[in-house]
Design a protein around this ligand. Structure first.
Ligand code: RB5
Length: 156
């Protein structure tokens, strides 16, 4: 599985920690899209870089981080086809795969410690999507990608 990583300056240390951890896992290839230091950058740009690469097929899944995870998750979910889940523990990480088929795991570099982040990522990588009723709900979301149903002008 090819995993894309990206972050802003609020999470570069966590991103580097997870890159090293991922490199020790079998069957995983890592692509690091930056950033690599504390210089201030804009989180929408970081999220867009990862989402565009993922949607272009340059990876199977992505891990996005900023200080809280909030900014990059808001940005990432504006890209049709991206299901970015901001998670804080193993339970939310597991459910984001089982129920939401999340293709991007989001974490906060200032809110989640490195060991918890490792465990969350391990669970997230190994947990399959359950399908069934959850597939129907994702199909409802995908319908919005192709219509003006959300955010579009409504006559009602
Ligand atoms: C950057 O200071 C911070 O605002 C950003 O990393 C993120 O937490 C935004 O949601």
């Amino acid at each position: 599985m090819r995993i894309l990583l990206a972050c802003d300056h609020g999470a570069w240390e966590l991103k580097n920690h997870l890159r090293q951890w991922l490199k020790r896992q079998t069957g995983v290839e890592v692509v690091d899209l930056g950033v690599d230091g504390p210089e201030s950058v804009d989180y929408p740009d970081c999220a867009a870089k990862l989402c565009r690469a993922l949607l272009a097929g340059e990876g199977d899944r992505g891990v996005l981080m900023c200080g809280t995870g909030l900014g990059v998750s808001i940005a990432a979910n504006r890209f049709p086809g991206i299901r970015a889940a901001l998670c804080h523990d193993e339970t939310t990480a597991r459910l984001s795969r089982q129920h939401n088929d999340a293709n991007v795991l989001v974490m906060g570099g200032r809110t989640t410690g490195p060991l918890v982040a490792e465990r969350m990522l391990a669970v997230w990588l190994e947990t399959p999507f359950e399908g069934g009723r959850h597939a129907r709900r994702i199909a409802l979301l995908e319908r919005w990608d192709e219509s003006a149903e959300v955010g579009g002008a409504s006559s009602d």
